[in-house]
Design a protein around this ligand. Structure first.
Ligand code: HEM
Length: 323
């Protein structure tokens, strides 16, 4: 079984290793008003320019989203899962835009928090995928087959170790116990992420797990996540972007196609597994949104702004008194 630097927030555990993510951004927004995608990034996208907030071409993003959706089989699982998360995907983009205004693409701390949150959630997914006890607990042959297909996908993609590499760098620590502490501290005010992780922890079938994987890995493999690599590099450097290792570079179209084919072959229309994966994708995308919303609720610098404002008001009052 794989291990990660931490098990649970507030709960001591054995050492495990692994983990996740999403899509990040650039450096200076002022310099990024119109960032043309590199040929690598834009492979597979119709030729449009994505701004730092990705708000301007929202309709084009929707079209790209729908075009990808249509690459799945008619009435197949990929199309169905994409349709299930479509409205939540709108919301995800809106939350990301809000986070950009708060500094997602300019503030290394926010970027690090984002990475930490996805690491924390994905960790649970990947540990479960590789847990022999979980596999042994599956009674239904169809569920075992689904799990085996997810594991095969993991041979190419498992993100956990890559996330950990990034986080060691981003936090400037070198020991698992140090990283564990950093992650715990970060997650203290992230109830959404803790809820998502607990949700995965309670999953008892491979179909349910598939919904979590669809959201946590799909964002990189078929979504816009990998496109943020260049922007992330400009902000944190090469050492902070290992998570993109297997989802960027040439071959994006092939990676997308393979993922779509695998998804369409995961469960047959009309089966209980099919319905369960659809429902789980929907639910997980909502939990993913709640997780990223946490980061806009209390930006780390808010207390400094409040203190500064208070000091300024007090000073102004004192000066006013003396006039
Ligand atoms: C936190 C979750 C997510 C956020 C914040 C998000 C945000 C975005 C954004 C901003 C774009 C525009 C491209 C860019 O600016 O980089 C995009 C495109 C897209 N996303 Fe997502 N997304 C999320 C999850 C997902 C998931 C789970 C999927 C599918 C499994 C997905 C599928 C797509 C697709 C197909 C596109 C169109 C681009 C393309 O075809 O390559 N996204 N997303």
């Amino acid at each position: 079984m794989r291990t990660s630097v931490f098990d649970d927030i507030g709960v001591e555990s054995s050492v495990r290793e692994t983990l996740v993510a999403d899509d990040y951004g650039s450096v200076e927004i002022s310099n990024m008003d119109d960032v043309p995608l590199s040929s690598d990034e834009s492979e597979g996208l119709s030729s449009y320019t994505i701004t730092p907030t990705s708000t301007e071409p929202a309709d084009k993003i929707d079209r790209a989203y729908d075009a990808t959706t249509e690459k799945g089989k008619l009435e197949g699982l990929f199309r169905t899962s994409m349709t299930a998360i479509r409205s939540s995907h709108h919301e995800a983009r809106a939350i990301r835009t809000a986070l950009i205004l708060l500094g997602l693409f300019t503030d290394k701390i926010l970027y690090r928090d984002w990475t930490t949150v996805f690491y924390y959630i994905n960790n649970e997914l990947e540990i479960k995928m590789q847990c022999p006890e979980f596999e042994a607990s599956l009674q239904d042959e169809k569920e075992i087959k689904i799990l085996n297909k997810l594991q095969k996908l993991g041979d190419t993609y498992y993100f956990n170790n890559l996330y950990e590499k990034d986080l060691y760098f981003l936090y400037g620590v070198s020991l698992p116990c140090q990283l564990k502490k950093k992650v715990e501290t970060c997650l203290q005010d992230k109830p959404g992420a803790r809820k998502f992780r607990d949700h995965i922890r309670k999953m008892t079938t491979a179909s349910e797990l598939s919904g979590a994987l669809f959201c946590l890995w799909g964002v990189f493999i078929v979504g816009g996540g990998a496109m943020a690599r260049q922007r992330a590099i400009r902000m944190v450097g090469e050492k902070g972007v290992n998570v993109y290792q297997n989802v960027s570079g040439p071959g994006r179209e092939m990676r997308k196609r393979d993922f779509i084919n695998l998804w369409d072959g995961l469960a047959e229309a009309g089966s209980s597994q099919f319905k369960s994966i659809e429902n789980s994708s929907d639910e997980c995308m909502k939990l993913m949104n709640a997780s990223i919303k946490d980061m806009s609720a209390n930006p780390w610098w808010l207390k400094h702004v409040c203190i500064t404002m208070t000091v300024l008001v007090v000073l102004a009052a004192i000066i006013w008194e003396k006039l």
